[in-house]
Write a protein that binds this ligand. Structure first.
Ligand code: FES
Length: 123
C-alpha cells in the first residue's frame, strides 16, 4: 500500500478529442526523469512516454501538439514518424516499427491518474 498522496496528471476537461495533449513528467524505477503526455482519442485517454521511437526525443513541436492535422495519428515533429493514438504503434515514417511506450492510466471523477507501478508522477 502506497503512502504517496495521489496527484492527478491531468483533468479530462483539459483534453479534447484529437486536440492538444497534456504534458507531464514521470520518474522510472531508476529515478530517471522522463517527459510524458496524455491525449484524448475515440473518447478514451491514452498516455505515453514523450520519446520518439526513432530517436528518444520529444514528439511535439509546440507543447502539447501531438496530433496530425486530421487528428487521427500522433506525429513526431522532427522527422514525421506517425503513431496510432490508441496503441502507440508505429504506423509509418522513421520509427521503423518501434512504437511509443504506453503508460497505464485510470480516470476517476474527471481526473487522470497513473496506474503503472513502473513510474511515479513528478509534480
Ligand atoms: S526523432 Fe521522431 S521521427 Fe526522427
Amino acid at each position: 500500500m502506497s503512502s504517496h498522496k495521489r496527484v492527478a496528471l491531468a483533468s479530462t476537461a483539459d483534453l479534447n478529442e484529437g486536440g492538444k495533449g497534456v504534458r507531464f513528467d514521470v520518474r522510472n524505477a531508476a529515478g530517471v526523469l522522463i517527459p510524458a503526455f496524455v491525449v484524448c482519442f475515440d473518447g478514451q485517454y491514452f498516455a505515453y512516454l514523450n520519446q520518439c521511437g526513432h530517436i528518444a526525443i520529444q514528439l511535439d513541436y509546440m507543447p502539447g501538439e501531438f496530433f496530425s492535422d486530421d487528428g487521427r495519428t500522433l506525429v513526431c515533429a522532427t522527422h514525421g514518424a506517425e503513431y496510432a493514438p490508441d496503441s502507440g504503434a508505429c504506423l509509418g515514417g522513421p520509427c521503423y516499427g518501434v512504437g511509443l511506450t504506453p503508460i497505464e492510466i485510470v480516470e476517476e471523477n474527471q481526473h487522470l491518474y497513473l496506474a503503472n507501478d513502473n513510474y511515479t508522477l513528478v509534480d
